[in-house]
Design a protein around this ligand. Structure first.
Ligand SMILES: Nc1ncnc2c1ncn2[C@@H]1O[C@H](COP(=O)(O)OP(=O)(O)OP(=O)(O)O)[C@@H](O)[C@H]1O
Length: 213
């Protein structure tokens, strides 16, 4: 379960998130909508620990993680720009996240193979991001996020750059990942249709506050 308990964030330029309270139950696929610039990305970054809130607490399964480093939180994050590492092959990108001490080298290689098979990217493991299509990049970013074996997956407009056919394939893939990895998902989108097909819980961020629809 993800709990945001009276979260506030004040941007240097004046933008603010105010007193955000929400609960996303364990295993639920939640979608978050809201107009451009309303703070969706900021909220994801607060949840995964990349941006400290100015007030309030973030709890995961009832544990207060507000002061924890991002890597301690067991959260997979796929940012809007995917943030793939330019100088690393797909294998290295996925292995980077699986490099945590709990994964000895042999297990790490097995995990890379397993995720590559699941996400159908086994044939591009030795390629570099500049030689990948948009859809392939999305899959690699997702595999990298899943390699840390997270409990929670945060997705920032994961399907927005895809054409219609790839979009459908990728949304099915996200649905499968949610089920197979028993994840709690928070997926940001501007698409009402996407929210309706994918979301079990619908949230809207508006004027710094969050409401369940
Ligand atoms: N580091 C920062 N310093 C100052 N202002 C910031 C910073 N990061 C974000 N902002 C501002 O906070 C507001 C919310 O930005 P954010 O990226 O969270 O919105 P968003 O809802 O994800 O937008 P979009 O739908 O366009 O991706 C914007 O006005 C943005 O300019």
């Amino acid at each position: 379960m993800i709990t945001l308990d009276h979260i506030g964030w004040q941007a240097p330029g004046g933008f603010a998130l105010q007193d955000i309270c929400v609960e996303i139950p364990t295993g639920v696929y939640a979608v978050l909508m809201g107009s451009t610039g309303c703070g969706k990305t900021s909220l994801l970054e607060i949840i995964c620990g990349l941006r400290p809130p100015t007030r309030g607490r973030v709890l995961l399964n009832g544990v207060d993680v507000t002061a924890w480093e991002p890597r301690q939180r067991q959260i997979g994050y796929v940012p809007q720009d995917l943030a793939l590492f330019p100088g690393q092959s797909v294998r290295e990108q996925i292995g980077f996240a699986a490099k945590l001490p709990k994964h000895p080298s042999a297990d790490r290689q097995a995990l890379i193979r397993e995720l590559a098979a699941e996400l159908s990217i086994h044939h591009i493991l030795d390629r570099y991001p500049e030689h990948l299509s948009g859809g392939e990049k999305q899959r690699v970013a997702l595999a990298r996020a899943l390699a840390a074996q997270p409990r929670v997956l945060l997705l920032d407009e994961p399907l927005s750059a895809l054409d219609e056919a790839t979009h459908q394939e990728a949304s099915q893939l996200l649905h499968n990942m949610h089920q197979q990895h028993q994840l709690t998902v928070l997926h940001v989108t501007h698409s009402r249709a996407e929210a309706q097909t994918m979301g079990q819980l619908h949230l809207r961020l508006d004027e710094g506050k969050i409401v369940a629809l």
